[in-house]
Design a protein around this ligand. Structure first.
Ligand code: DAH
Length: 462
């Protein structure tokens, strides 16, 4: 068996198995785009939309001390902008900082140059305010791709967005000369409300690119070295397991390297105590692409996305003679599993009953939940119009009740047989993490939400 095949098959791969993936926004939205063309109108992503004149041209929004002129795309709310600069991943002994540190230590300990230096640079202070070009175009996300939607992102203005992923920095860091790096930061997505979704969370991106010497220099028999090339003499068709320009052997070396790197990382974080599997997926910026799932309490949980970087990105970065891999992982997801943290809102808590539990910086001391306060449930039902989007409702509810809402879910919907109008009923679970909420307080929040949905979302209460 050729060396490259031995390498690739020695990394466990479940290519034949397909599993639904919960969080990969690009894969998920890719599937939506291919399956539900009829829904396209729900995503106002046509660039012509940006030419609309701002309604109040004099309005400014200030983020990180920089002021931006609002326009028709601006949808960053005060509750979101107040999170910019919190930098939970930089706070000593915050669980997100502990996980970040563990991962960086693992990379620094495991990957060293011939002279003993760390191969991976680590960057964790880049502003989350990025250009639309960085967040999407630099990663080859097509101009009409649904992932650019205002429904799913926080736009500062038409050409500026709060990064929705740390991948936004790949091209620029490569261009500035780094071949291997980790980027950590806060990322922003409009999403549902429940114990695992919060509009701000933290990701770490890893990138490593190789020239032909870096890639093949580990070969035991150096005479084989000259047999291997990164590039096809002339590009082939794109195939499920490789891009046009790269050879099969280079792609398989990179796949092996990537999978080996990530399995070692996960084994290190979970103390070798964990079953893993690879699932094929789609991202616009990698091909082939995978998700790594980990079995936790008998359930497969997607932990990260990764793949062989699209050569187009390397070209944009000036690394034309290279091939590389990239991955992106969510720090909250790892921290929730490793520390046993049950609710994503806790990461934002200043409650000493939370923060003190991590003060020693001990890895993975299991979190001891403090007593749960009783929930209070309230339903809200209304007739919607064609423009209605659940994410607008979630945003509005958060702006009124902040972290007092634990969950919000659509519990009933139907179309009226005569009027053909659609009704939605959402159930809001109110539960603060640090106290029992009074009926009066919950009713007042609920009334405020009822009023605002009518004023701002053009619905009719039932
Ligand atoms: N940016 C992706 C997301 O947020 C995660 C990701 C997937 C990052 C694949 C990567 C990658 O670098 O290669 O869903």
């Amino acid at each position: 068996m050729p060396l490259v095949n031995r390498l690739a098959s020695s990394v466990s791969s479940n290519k034949t198995q397909k599993f639904p993936s919960a969080t990969a926004i690009f894969g998920r939205l890719h599937a939506q785009a291919t399956n539900h063309n009829a829904d396209k109108s729900a995503y106002p992503v046509h660039r012509s939309y940006c030419t609309e004149q701002p309604k109040q041209a004099d309005q400014q929004i200030v983020l990180n001390g920089v002021s931006y002129m609002k326009d028709a795309w601006t949808n960053v709310s005060p509750s979101i902008s107040s999170k910019i600069g919190r930098n939970l991943h930089l706070q000593p002994n915050h669980p997100l900082e502990i996980i970040k540190r563990k991962i960086i230590d693992h990379f620094h300990g495991s990957y060293r140059s011939r002279f003993g230096g760390c191969i991976f640079a680590s960057v964790d202070n880049l502003s989350p305010v990025v250009s639309v070009e960085q967040n999407f175009d630099s990663l080859l996300v097509s101009p009409d791709h649904v992932s650019r939607s205002k429904i799913d992102n926080y736009y500062v203005k038409h050409d500026t967005v709060l990064r929705s992923h740390t991948s936004a920095h790949q091209r620029d860091l490569l261009r500035s000369g780094w071949n291997s790096f980790l980027v950590t930061g806060d990322v922003y997505r409009r999403d549902e409300i429940d114990k695992t979704h919060y509009p701000v969370f933290h990701q770490m991106e890893g990138v490593r690119v190789f020239d032909s010497f870096d890639l093949f220099s580990d070969m035991q028999d150096s005479s084989e070295l000259s047999d291997f090339k990164i590039f096809e003499p002339s590009p082939t068709d794109r195939q499920p397991d490789k891009q046009e320009q790269y050879t099969v052997e280079a792609t398989q070396f990179v796949e092996f390297q990537l999978k080996h790197t990530l399995i070692s990382l996960v084994n290190n974080l979970f103390d070798d105590d964990v079953e893993t599997r690879w699932v094929d997926t789609y991202f616009p910026f990698t091909h082939p692409s995978w998700e790594l799932e980990v079995k936790i309490n008998d359930e497969w949980v997607e932990m990260l996305g990764c793949g062989v970087m699209e050569q187009g990105i390397l070209k944009k970065a000036g690394a034309t003679d290279h091939i590389g891999w990239a991955f992106g992982l969510g720090l909250e997801r790892f921290a929730m599993k490793l520390f046993g943290i049950p609710d994503i809102r806790l990461f934002w808590s200043d409650d000493v009953r939370f923060t003190s539990q991590f003060a020693s910086g001990d890895s993975y001391k299991k979190f001891k939940p403090f007593s749960k306060y009783p929930p209070s449930y309230k339903d809200i039902s209304f007739w919607i119009d064609n423009e209605f989007q659940g994410n607008d409702l979630f945003e509005l509810a958060r702006s009124v009740a902040g972290d007092s809402i634990e969950q919000m879910s659509l519990v009933d919907q139907f179309v009226h047989p005569k009027t053909q109008r659609t009704s939605h009923c959402y159930r809001i679970t109110y539960r603060a993490m640090d106290r029992t909420m009074t009926d009066e307080e919950v009713n007042s929040l609920q009334n405020r939400i009822r009023q605002l949905v009518v004023d701002e979302l053009n619905v009719e209460l039932r």
